[in-house]
Ligand binder design. Sequence first.
Ligand code: UTP
Length: 469
Amino acid sequence: MLAKLEKKLEEIDQQQLLSFWNQLNENERKTLQHDIESLDTDRIIKLRKILSEKDKQENLYQPGNFKPADVDTLPKTAQEKEKRRAAFRIGEKAIKEGTVGAILVAGGQGTRLGFHGPKGVFPVGPVTDKSLYQYFLERLLALERRYSTRIPLYVMTSEKNHHETKEFFLEHDYFGKERNSVVFFQQGMLPTFDENGKIFLEEKYKISKAPDGHGGLLNALKENTLFEDMKNRGLENLFYFQVDNILVQICDPAFIGMHLQKDADLSAKTVYKSDPFEKLGNIGIINDTYVTVEYTELSEEEKKARDQEGKLVFGQGSIAVHVFSRKFLQRFASDELELPYHIAHKKIIHIDDGGKKIEPDKPNGYKLEQFIFDTFPIAERVVVMETERDKDFSPIKNAEGTDSPQTARQHLNNYFGSWLDRAGYELERDQEGNVQHQIEVSPLYALDEEEFISKIPKDLQIKDKMIFE
Ligand code: UTP
């Protein structure tokens, strides 16, 4: 058996993975054997080629060749408002008919947040410490009740958090959602490489691997025969969201409606950037196709460019909320279409040649990832719809500061506070307009402002902490 492993590794120039074989016990050998056997030789060869040619990689984006997307901006006139209302009604109809499902990508490692456990388990409710998962599931359940329908949810996890995620759902009885309407599946893992293209060991008996990016969704759907599952459930369009955005309006009917009106392959939501350097992807057009240019790539000049009205030319930032048509996604099930791999230079914990565990303080190797927005160039019909940041976007990325749990809680307080404003109550605010009360409204109590106002108790007292559930 050892000879077989050696031969395989020789083919891909990775013999170092067996360096500590003689020191391993039987179980450890089994683990390493399994890891080596599951390496896809062709893929490793391909990934190493990508790494070795990384300096030659041609960038599609060049300053000057990128044009802003055609965006359906926030409605201002009565006519524009009516257009969104009409889209809303179309979206509602599709939800009612049961042709809309949801995909939640939650396989990331959440390194910046530094929370031990899947990010979706993170407590974020300002009053109850409700988790991100509970919030999302309650919203789906509330939609199902409102429209007397079923909205299947596909949750993508990774080897790093699959078990804990499923356990959390089980422990909470799927937050009331019907079990067979939630499908968990794991994305792929790719080995991490050192700067010479050698695969790292995480332990003497274990290959170092990382999730293959949110674009790994396509392979994972294919491998788990989930396109068939979607088809069997009658799903034609899938609302895509990420686990870190607490404000995301899951299955927003207006967004789904716009997507349907254009019979789009994919749709994307954007917000107008808070400043020219906000770290959001830029959706635009290069050579007649839609692409996302990452904030790290866009030239400083183009970041700052303004039009005649003083608005940023590339001011629309992607919030990674999409609708995909199932048929469009399914095109990636064929072997001919594959998303590109992006290379990230990272600090990778590993075992060195002498068998010592190294925790580097500067980047020492590479992770490869696929990104979901690389599906854009293949799409023929695309909708880009601007949304209001304070109603749709508050990501939790960092442990502190911007895009952190603190900002997310404040945004929830402000969001629910705006409902109380509309209902005619006076709230305390700081100089920046942040609501000073802790307010939490379960989606099961009210999905939106209108429902909230219709239910609000007549004798409501404004307090420091308020909960509606
Ligand atoms: P991020 O790019 O913010 O990565 O993911 P992350 O892993 O959550 O956090 P950091 O960068 O390690 O701090 C955006 C969304 O894509 C999902 C994440 O779970 C999150 O919902 N994602 C990311 C995956 O599902 N798989 C991946 O391989 C990467």
